[in-house]
Write a protein that binds this ligand. Structure first.
Ligand SMILES: Cc1ncc(COP(=O)(O)O)c(C=O)c1O
Length: 399
């Protein structure tokens, strides 16, 4: 062998250096390792609706087992268009404005890859669902964060400063990501807030990318407002949604984008080369899911409201300061009472010694210090799971 005089290459892309592995998924692995109750990752531990399971069996039995049309089966795209019209009053063309992806995760990255150029900026509210940072980096854009400030009381709302938001918009801003109902805060953006964002998008010619996967999980009379329904936004909004949360099938990996035809065309190109398509039989079952009656959605939200109201008192009793979520299925909490230096050491103690897995707050912030006294609980679990977690949390000692 010839003498090697140079250092071996690392073979790794610089892009990957700019983000770490998902903390949320890592916490699920730790929960398994320590036998902890898993209130970290947002997936239900109860069965999916039987109608969906039967529809997926039927599709496989009827041999819907090959590639679907790569931007989504016609049946599912038609069902998405019908559902969107019925719920949001938006008429859309399923032939040119809908792209079915492998979950909303792929819908988001395909969208960002389709619209961003190097040097573009993408505004992201912080704390943020942890994929948005790496998604922006992978697409060549720079995320620019705008703070959502926690309420001072349990019943208060997370808010942003209008001036800070305005200051984030400038010439290089390509898009703003909005997630309502929001993970991790449970915030449901109000019409006034969305109108303010709309006005900035129009003024600065910016695209809104809205992740609305918790649209049906709302509490306390809050209303979901879809950005695309606001005047002037239909042509500058990509709406992202999926089956995972509404139908309790996070493992199926079916999501979609709704966007004007030119943007859809670009998203479809990226999507085609990234994944070719989402699972064909599960798309058929997805079309069946979208015809569920209104009572299904009411029951879904009510079930989660009961779980929220079941878990929160146990958290307060154990010493957490809670921020009451108005939507989605997470509670952000303040851990100041326990006297830990940071959220990561507290989370480690919780999973290893107490037997409950949660997500450290720092994973939702650019600067870990901002989330150092917060952790997030997911309550999309059976009452027995929440009871078991509550029982274990009684062992926690306050400082
Ligand atoms: C805000 C948000 N967007 C997207 C996802 C992932 O959705 P999907 O399963 O459709 O990829 C999650 C999952 O927790 C989420 O909380």
């Amino acid at each position: 062998m010839a003498n090697v005089v140079t250092q071996p290459k690392t073979f790794l892309s610089n892009k990957v250096d700019h983000f770490t592995e998902s903390v949320i998924r890592e916490m699920t692995r730790q929960a398994l390792l320590y036998g902890a109750v898993n209130l970290s990752q947002g997936f239900p531990d109860f069965p999916a609706p039987s109608e969906l399971k039967l529809a997926s069996h039927d599709a496989i039995a009827q041999d819907v087992n090959q590639y679907a049309i790569n931007w989504g089966s016609k049946k599912l795209r038609n069902a998405i268009a019908a559902h969107t019209q019925a719920r949001q009053g938006i008429r859309l063309d399923p032939e040119t404005e809908v792209t079915v992806c492998c979950g909303s995760t792929e819908a988001m990255i395909s969208t960002l890859l389709a619209v961003c150029n190097a040097g573009d900026e993408v505004i992201v509210f912080e704390p943020f669902y942890e994929n948005y940072g790496p998604d922006s980096v992978l697409s060549g854009a720079k995320p620019r964060f705008v703070k959502l400030r926690p309420p001072t009381t349990t019943e208060g709302e997370w808010t942003f400063d209008a001036q800070e938001l305005r200051a984030a918009f400038h010439d290089h801003t390509k898009a703003i990501i909005i997630n309502t109902p929001n993970n991790p805060t449970g915030k449901v953006f109000t019409r006034e807030e969305l109108e303010l964002i709309r006005d900035l998008c129009v003024e600065f010619n910016v695209l809104a990318i809205t992740d609305e996967i918790y649209e049906h999980i709302l509490y306390d009379g809050t209303e979901h407002i879809s950005m695309a329904t606001l005047d002037g936004m239909r042509e500058r909004t990509v709406t992202i949604n999926g089956l995972s949360k509404t139908y309790s099938v996070t493992g199926w990996r079916v999501g979609w984008t709704i966007a004007p035809a030119a943007i859809t065309n670009a998203i479809r190109k990226v999507h085609d080369f990234l994944t070719v398509g989402a699972p064909a039989p599960l798309q058929e079952a997805g079309a069946a899911a979208l015809t569920m009656p209104d009572s299904y959605y009411k029951k879904l939200a009510e079930g989660y409201r009961q779980r929220r109201d079941h878990l929160m008192p146990a958290l307060v009793e154990a010493g957490f300061r809670c921020f009451r979520p108005r939507g989605a299925y997470y509670v952000m909490t303040d851990i100041g009472a326990f006297g830990f230096a940071d959220d990561v050491s507290f989370t480690h103690h919780l999973v290893k010694d107490i037997g409950v897995a949660v997500v450290p707050g720092s994973s939702f912030y650019l600067d870990p210090a901002d989330g150092a006294q917060q952790v997030r609980f997911a309550f999309c679990k059976r009452p027995e799971t929440l009871d078991e977690a509550a029982e274990r949390l009684k062992k926690l000692r306050r400082a």
